[in-house]
Design a protein around this ligand. Structure first.
Ligand code: 13P
Length: 249
């Protein structure tokens, strides 16, 4: 059985002081969780206070993005090594908000994964179609390209997690139904089986993200191909994050 992951993407929310308070509250509910890996992804400037607040628990802290170069004249960028040194063990790569607002491409995703793995960060690689693409019946084609090109240089998927986040479901309050999500998760797992082999497909954890909340998580979690959640809005409240974690128990 794959161990579920419950991951909170805090996006551009919290300042270091409020991030520490949220982390403390997450810790008091979910420290050393026996049934799932728990991860939080604060803004860069909150990383060190969150790492300090979570000390003594096994909750994973990660970055929301990185740049693939090690160091140098790249104003505003953060390297994989900087995240690792700050106490991160994971990183989100290719989030649709990065793709939409910051020009992220599958080629860049591929390079960023290489940089993350090189310093021991486990990436969560996001894929997902827009509403127009779903309506044009090309969702699978889009996701196939994002998976195949994004993971192109990677023969070993052992430390990589995929998150299916349909763009139309992110922050809209309109989650994919368990059937819709299950269909795409099954598609991604088959894709992995074809390109990386059956063992890799059985092992890889595929998360669902997009308007997950305490009311819809249990129904989504029932699907065998859904291995946990990448949660935005509902991860900003320790209580709803905890409720969602309980749904995969
Ligand atoms: P919401 O849960 O707010 O829809 O955000 C999902 C997401 O983008 C997580 O990365």
């Amino acid at each position: 059985m794959r161990r579920p992951i419950i991951a909170g993407n805090w996006k551009m929310n919290t300042v270091p002081s409020s991030a520490a308070v949220l982390a403390e509250n997450v810790k008091s509910n979910l420290s050393n969780c026996s049934w799932a890996d728990i991860a939080v992804f604060p803004p860069y400037v909150g990383l060190t206070t969150v790492v300090a607040a979570l000390k003594g628990s096994d909750i994973i802290v990660g970055g929301q993005n990185l740049f693939w170069e090690k160091e140098g004249a790249f104003t505003g960028a953060i390297s994989a090594g900087m995240l690792a040194e700050s106490g991160c063990r994971s990183v989100i790569i290719g989030h649709s908000e990065r793709r939409t607002y910051f020009g992220e491409t599958d080629e860049r995703v591929n390079k960023k994964i290489t940089a993350a793995l090189a310093v021991g960060l486990n990436p969560i690689v996001c894929v997902g179609e827009t509403l127009e693409q779903r309506e044009a019946d090309i969702a699978e084609e889009i996701i196939r390209r994002q998976v195949e090109d994004g993971l192109a240089d990677h023969d070993d998927l052992k430390n990589i997690t995929v998150a299916y986040e349909p763009v139309w479901a992110i922050g809209t309050g309109k989650n994919a139904s368990p059937e819709q999500a299950g269909e795409i998760h099954f598609f991604i797992r088959n894709l992995v089986a074809q390109r990386w082999g059956k063992a890799a497909a059985n092992e890889i954890r595929i998360l669902y993200g997009g308007s997950v909340n305490p009311g819809n998580a249990a129904a989504l979690a029932k699907n065998d191909d859904i291995d946990g959640f990448l949660i935005g809005g509902a991860s900003l409240k320790a209580d709803s994050f905890h409720q969602i974690a309980l749904s995969v128990k």
